[in-house]
Write a protein that binds this ligand. Sequence first.
Ligand SMILES: Cc1cc2nc3c(=O)[nH]c(=O)nc-3n(C[C@H](O)[C@H](O)[C@H](O)COP(=O)(O)OP(=O)(O)OC[C@H]3O[C@@H](n4cnc5c(N)ncnc54)[C@H](O)[C@@H]3O)c2cc1C
Length: 377
Amino acid sequence: MRNTKTIIIGAGLAGLGCAKTLSDSGHDFIMISKNVGGRVKMSESRIVNYGAVWFFSHYKHIKRIIKLGPRIRRRGATFFKNGFQVNLFKVVLNNPIASIKMLYFCVYFYVKLHGLLRKSEKLSQKLIIESDPYFKKLYYLSGNEFIKKNQLESIAILINNVLWGVFGTKIEEQNAFLVLLASTTLTSSLYEFKIDFNYLISDFKDCLFLGEVTRINKKSNTFLIHTKNGDNFQAQNVVVATEPSVSQLLLNLKKVNTGRTVYVHHVTGQILDKYHNLPCSFSVGSSLLGILNNTDGSFLIYSTTDKIAWKRYFENYSIVAKIKWEPMLNNIGGELLDNKYGENVWLAGDNNIPGMEYAYTTGICAANQIIDRENNK
Ligand SMILES: Cc1cc2nc3c(=O)[nH]c(=O)nc-3n(C[C@H](O)[C@H](O)[C@H](O)COP(=O)(O)OP(=O)(O)OC[C@H]3O[C@@H](n4cnc5c(N)ncnc54)[C@H](O)[C@@H]3O)c2cc1C
C-alpha cells in the first residue's frame, strides 16, 4: 500500500492543473489515471486534435502549457438548412438589431467570464456562480426563455447551430449561461494548438500511476483508494478529477450533468466542391454536428452516430481514425456541482462549465485549497 498526502484521480486537464500546482508548491501527491490528457487527444501525426480542438484567446492558464497553432478562420462558416448551406455571418447581416443585441450580451458575458476564471483559482465555480446575481440568473434561465425574453428569435437558428456544432446541444436543452458560453466561439479568437503531455508531466511523472480507480473508502481520517489491478493507495486528501459519470459512482453523488455521445472521424480525401474551403459547417437537427476543415487539409466529422452518409460530403475519402466520446461534454442538466464533497474530498473537472480552461482551473482551485489548509495547520 502506497501512502501519500494527496491522491488525484484522473489526469485530464483538471487533474493536471491540480498536479502542476501541487508539484510547484512541493506538496506530496500521487496521481492515478486511466490515461494522460483525457478529452485532449492528438492524432498520431500530432497535427490534429480529436478531443478539444480550439484554443480560445481568453484561456490564460492553458496558454502556458500549449503551443499555439494557426488561427481558425470563421468568415466562411456555414450551417445546413433544407439541403442548402447558409453563411453564419449572412444571418448576422440580415438581422442587425437582434445581432447587435446578442453581441452586446456576448461581450458583457465575456468580460464577466474573465472575473469568474480569476476567482475560480481559489473558489468553487458553484459558489462564484450562485453568489453573482448576473451568473445565477443566466444559469437558471432556460435557453428558450433567454431567446424569447430578449427577442432573439430571428437569429435563434444561428445560435442553435453554434450550440449544436460546438457543444452538441440545442437551445431548448440548455441554460442561458451555456448559450452565451457557446457564443464566445463567435466573439473570441480561436486557434489550433498542441499540448506536449510528456513535457507537462515531466516535473511529476514519478507521481503518476496508470490504472483505474474502482472505489474510495474512508477509515477515520484516511482514504483508501482501490484500483482495478489490485494496487491500493492511502491518503489524507482526495481530488476526484474524472468525468462526472465516474465521479458520481466514486463519490456517490445524487445527480450530475450528462451529454451526447459524439463520434469524431478523422478523414482525408476529396470533399465535394460545395464544402470545399469552408472552415466549418454545422447542422442542427441532423445527426451531423459539423465538418471541420483542418489547416493540414484533412477533415474532422463530428456526428452522433458512426453511420455517416459519406457520399453526401466526399468524392472519395479515407478514414484515418475514429474516436467515440461518451459523452463529449457534460452540459445537459444544469446541475451546479460543488468542488467539495465532505472533509478533504475535492471534485474537479468540467462538471459545470465545459472547456479546457474551466476544467484546468478547477484543478488549480482544489490544489490551492489543499495548500492553504496545510499551511494553516
Ligand atoms: C470532441 C471534443 C471537442 C472539444 N472541443 C473543445 C474545444 O474546442 N475547446 C475547449 O476548450 N474544450 C473542448 N472540449 C472540452 C474539453 O476537452 C474538456 O472540457 C476538458 O478536456 C475536460 O477535462 P477534465 O479533466 O475535466 O476531464 P477529462 O479530460 O475527461 O479527464 C478525466 C480523466 O479521468 C480519467 N479517468 C476516468 N475514470 C477513471 C477511473 N475510474 N480511474 C482513474 N482515472 C479515470 C480519464 O482517463 C481522464 O484522464 C472538447 C471535448 C471533446 C470531447
